[in-house]
Design a binder for this molecule. Structure first.
Ligand code: CTP
Length: 404
């Protein structure tokens, strides 16, 4: 999956020896589907040729602020508006100083002033220069303006010294760029997540329930917060702390979960049903503890409301995502649930025999009308982020909207 598909990245290259790594960074950004416009300072051209960068970017490199040809095509203001993110790698001490002072004496510094896109800076310099109070003061100034500082790393330097000042590796920078898009992905959206098991009383001391630990649902709630959403977690009884910034509603029974979800589902943007809801409840709950009088005991059970199906059949339902916990025929059962319940998406996983319930790892097969995605075994935290990403993409596709 290309994590940066359709993203427009302006890659600024300034004059440091680490500029040779920018070529690899550029190649990897393109590999992930990004459109990349390279802007080089004059000094950068002493370290790596614009021709190399042009060939890798598949478009000419911009260098001059007052370039007659460019200003009639994509001028500096258009370029600033075009960018989804500006990544400056490497960023020299000199460039960071100019950024801190709001200089606009070349194309790259001007773009940084003219854009409202997030700016990410990957410093690269000799350790002494990095530690110098002047550089540190400049870093602290740009940090206050919410410019993202990536690194620098610590280690062997081109000048033969060891210490902080190495530019982060292209793979690390790539991850940071990916994260910036993920973070804003669901800003302003309200997501309801159900998690954990429900419990149906048999008598005052016994209940019917299942082995759900709630870990997957809680990880999803956390990932949704990371993606900028406002999250309501409707949770059955589990032994997990409520994640930060999540508002939680604690319930016991399926009926309580149904009522809590339905009270706000109409105004939610996305509903994710990760709970293992108990399908049946006792028709009559004994008022006193049941005594063992006979050789067998029969309990009359009745169906619980289906929370997910109820949300999906609302007049204007949120984007509705179900889970399918199966012990066999994963795909068939999942697709049947997707269709029967009228869902936008379903995430299916095998359960039982050390899989899914009460474990930290899981694997998901995700289906939606016209598509599917396999998310191989990984910690639930990681899977949750991947799932949130997939949900966001499909949500925006359905609403034919741009992520932010
Ligand atoms: N679900 C729900 N309310 C119920 C039962 C299930 O909201 N009363 C949701 C679950 O949270 C899950 C999806 O429906 O997102 C599928 O749950 P699952 O237990 O796999 O399937 P069921 O619909 O209960 O069907 P079956 O038990 O026959 O497999």
């Amino acid at each position: 999956m290309k994590s940066l598909a359709n993203k427009r990245i302006l890659l600024g290259v300034t004059g440091g020896i680490a500029a040779y790594k920018s070529a690899e960074l550029l190649r990897r950004l393109r590999e992930q589907g990004a459109e990349v416009q390279v802007v080089m300072t004059r000094a950068a051209c002493e370290f790596i040729t614009p021709l190399t960068m042009q060939a890798l970017a598949g478009r000419p490199v911009c260098m001059e602020l007052l370039d007659h040809d460019n200003e009639t095509g994509m001028g500096h203001i258009e370029l600033a508006r075009w960018s989804d993110v500006i990544l400056i790698a490497p960023a020299t001490a000199n460039f960071i100083a100019r950024l801190a002072h709001g200089m606009a004496d070349d194309l790259l510094s001007t773009l940084c002033l003219a854009t409202d896109a997030p700016i990410m800076v990957a410093p690269a310099m000799n350790r002494q220069m990095w530690c110098n109070p002047a550089t540190q003061a400049n870093i602290s100034t740009i940090l206050q303006r919410e410019i993202n500082i990536l690194g620098p790393g610590d280690g062997e330097q081109a000048c033969g010294e060891r210490g902080p000042g190495r530019m982060l590796e292209p793979g690390q920078l790539l991850q940071a760029v990916g994260a910036i898009f993920e973070n804003a992905m669901l800003a302003g959206k309200h997501i309801i997540v159900t998690a954990g098991p429900t419990r149906e009383a048999i008598d005052p001391v016994r209940y019917i329930s299942n082995r759900s630990s709630g870990k997957m649902g809680y990880a999803i709630a956390r990932a949704a917060v990371e993606a900028g959403a406002a999250v309501t977690l409707v949770t059955g009884p589990v032994a997990l702390p409520v994640p930060e910034q999540v508002s939680s509603v604690k319930v016991n029974t399926a009926k309580e979960m149904h009522d809590a979800v339905l009270s706000s589902a109409g105004s939610a943007d996305i509903f994710i049903a990760a709970a293992a809801v108990t399908d049946y409840r006792c028709q009559d709950v004994a008022e006193q503890k049941i005594k063992k009088t006979g050789q067998s005991l029969s309990l009359e059970l009745e169906r619980n409301p289906d929370v997910l199906a109820a949300v999906a059949s609302l007049g204007t339902p949120p984007f509705t995502v179900g889970f399918a916990a199966e012990t066999e025929l994963l795909k068939d059962n999942a697709i049947r649930k997707l269709e029967d319940k009228g869902l936008d998406m379903i995430a299916a996983n095998l359960v039982g025999d050390g899989l899914a319930f009460e474990t930290d790892d899981n694997a998901l097969e995700v289906f939606w009308p016209g598509g599917s995605l396999s998310l191989p075994t990984a910690p639930k935290e990681k899977l949750a982020r991947q799932l949130i990403h997939t949900i966001a993409r499909n949500y925006y596709e359905k609403h034919s909207n741009k992520a932010h």
